[in-house]
Design a protein around this ligand. Structure first.
Ligand code: MSK
Length: 568
């Protein structure tokens, strides 16, 4: 599970003007969200009608959002964002989450010794819990981060250890919550701190990201990324990292020992995540976030003269284009006037694009670093399957040059290459951190609503994969995709294969209920084959499998489609 409460709490403090350095950056998105949360953006009637202040809207929204975490009955607000048919399936099954926290607490109780002893019933609660993550906590977190820090738009970046600079103070931001990193970014640009670094003999301050905090600041500011999960220790042994600042999730316990072999200060910043042997703990506090960020940057600068090992920075780094939020894809594909996923659907129906794959998730120490992501994604592109990616998988794609428009001609089948070249997008779209998988859910929903590809997410020629997963939250993410109707395949190992009965239920039984199901395949080529076979099965069911003929919609077909969407 992800931990979105921190973002919601910060949002409330910002709404009340109590959070140093933060502001609401995306007012348009705030107003769009207000509609979802039943918060009025105007007040008064007739001639007296006027806009409410941003603060008033945000304050009311913050209270409603925070209440949803503790809500004990009813339905989560964002469930209504799903296609109607999907909502019916969930209601019929009785799995619509009541609140964000209650589903986690109840699941923990049910798995206590001697409580729930019937596997269908346990999986039912797993489903409520996972849906409260994907369509609740994670989706709220992504939305509020966009409101506070800006909705991502395409931005150029650079990735791999080569982004570190020998003659600069290097600060690595590592973890998952962008709250403090946003302020460290601000502090690192302040002339006084840049001058302070120069006084210590450095040319400047180089900020670089690691893991999903990296994805967040890359997507919004183009801050370079030093690497994904399995590169965190490697960054320190370059001898060039003056401070590694960590918040929560995916921080290796070994970091403290590795840092001690060099001069690197390992700084923990979140009371939920201390590491034994870390150099220091500087607690994040959103009321003084900028001051705390300045203190951290000073700690790094003070450490610059203490480098003791020879600095060895690999020369590798690769340019990337990132920042394909749900809204950006809508704009790029449909333009500012029509603004929808019609174009994507047209190309899927016409066969230029065979289907859509979400390839996400971690690196895993048990496999060759990045290999399964890369092999799988190249196979999908070759077969005209467009790829949406997040997390460490997105960083893999960046390192190997798949996040640039030029990758289309190099790696894609002719249909997908043509579409990418026409629109000017990479064939692999970087949609953010692992919390941002909810953006993929919304993109899938938008495809359903755009028309022509069925009435539900389970009708789409689409599949999902986490070929190198390792984090337990990947299971939650996988399960909210499965129960949202997506065929989802994991690599490396699968936790239920010791039980044939349970595995059969997850791999086959769930399809009858939700239209999506789990699968496990270790070999990435085989994984690609199974995902493409599933996509083709869905194309056949939709009647668009006829040799993937290129059918272009004429005006009459378009009118029918739009009429159907209007009814929806
Ligand atoms: S950082 S959860 S290894 S994606 Fe999000 Fe990467 Fe997995 Fe951590």
């Amino acid at each position: 599970m992800t931990m979105p409460g921190g973002v919601a709490l910060l949002f409330k403090e910002v709404a009340h003007g109590r959070a140093q350095g933060y502001q609401i950056k995306d007012v348009a998105k705030l107003k769009r969200l207000a509609k979802d949360w039943g918060v009025a953006i105007t007040e008064g009637e007739g001639d007296e009608k006027k806009s409410r202040s941003i603060e008033a809207i945000a304050q009311e929204m913050a209270d409603k959002i925070l209440a949803e975490f503790g809500q004990q009955s009813g339905e989560l607000t964002y469930v209504k964002r799903a296609p109607k048919k999907r909502q019916e399936i969930w209601r019929n099954e009785g799995v619509v989450p009541r609140g964000c926290d209650i589903e986690i607490v109840e699941l923990m109780h049910r798995t206590h010794m001697g409580v729930d002893q019937e596997y269908h019933n346990i999986i039912k609660q797993c489903t409520r819990c996972a849906l409260s993550d994907g369509w609740g906590g994670s989706m709220i977190s992504t939305d509020l981060q966009d409101v506070l820090f800006g909705c991502p738009v395409p931005v150029a970046g650079e990735i791999n250890l080569g982004v570190l600079k020998e003659d600069h103070v290097n600060i690595i931001i590592h973890g998952h919550e962008p709250l403090l990193p946003e302020m460290i970014y601000v502090a690192s640009q302040e002339p006084e701190l840049v001058q302070y670094a120069q006084n210590k003999g450095a040319k400047g301050i180089q900020l670089a990201g690691m893991c999903c905090s990296a994805n967040e600041i890359l997507m919004r500011h183009g801050i370079p990324v030093a690497g994904n999960y399995l590169q965190q220790e490697l960054a320190i042994i370059t001898g060039a990292v003056d401070a590694m600042v960590v918040d929560v999730q995916c921080e290796m316990q070994s970091l403290a020992n590795v840092a001690k072999c060099y001069h690197t200060k390992l700084i923990t910043t979140d009371n939920r995540a201390h590491i034994e042997g870390a150099t220091m703990h500087i607690q994040f506090d959103d009321h003084h976030a900028l001051d705390i960020a300045r203190q951290i940057v000073r700690e790094a600068i003070d450490n610059f003269p203490n480098r003791k090992a020879p600095v060895l920075i690999p020369s590798h780094s690769t340019p990337t284009i990132v920042g394909f939020s749900y809204e950006t894809i809508q704009y790029l594909l449909g333009g500012s006037i029509r603004g929808s996923y019609y174009t994507l659907n047209d190309n899927v129906i016409g066969g230029r694009i065979r289907g859509v794959a979400g390839v996400v998730g971690c690196n895993n120490c048990r496999t060759m670093h990045d290999n399964a992501h890369l092999t799988l994604i190249k196979e999908l592109l070759k077969n005209d399957v467009i790829v949406l990616t997040t997390g460490c998988s997105a960083m893999t794609c960046g390192k190997f040059g798949l996040l640039t428009p030029e990758a289309a001609s190099q790696y894609c089948g002719p249909g997908l290459a043509e579409v990418c070249e026409t629109v000017g997008i990479p064939p692999v779209l970087h949609m953010g951190s692992c919390v941002d998988n909810s953006r993929i859910l919304l993109a899938a929903t938008a495809c359903v609503k755009a028309g022509g590809l069925g009435n539900d997410i389970s009708d789409l020629p689409a599949a999902g994969a986490a070929p190198e997963w390792m984090s337990e939250k990947a299971i939650s993410i996988g399960h909210y995709f499965v129960t949202s109707g997506v065929y989802t395949v994991f690599g490396v190992t699968f936790p239920t294969t010791g039980s044939d009965i349970l595995t059969d239920y997850l791999f086959r039984g769930l399809e009858e209920i939700y239209g999506g199901m789990w699968d496990f395949v270790a070999d990435p080529y085989e994984m690609a084959k199974k995902m493409i076979a599933h996509i083709d099965k869905k194309r056949a069911a939709l009647g668009i499998d006829k040799a993937r003929e290129r059918v272009l919609f004429d005006m009459e077909m378009r009118r029918k489609l739009e009429a159907a969407v209007g009814e929806e």
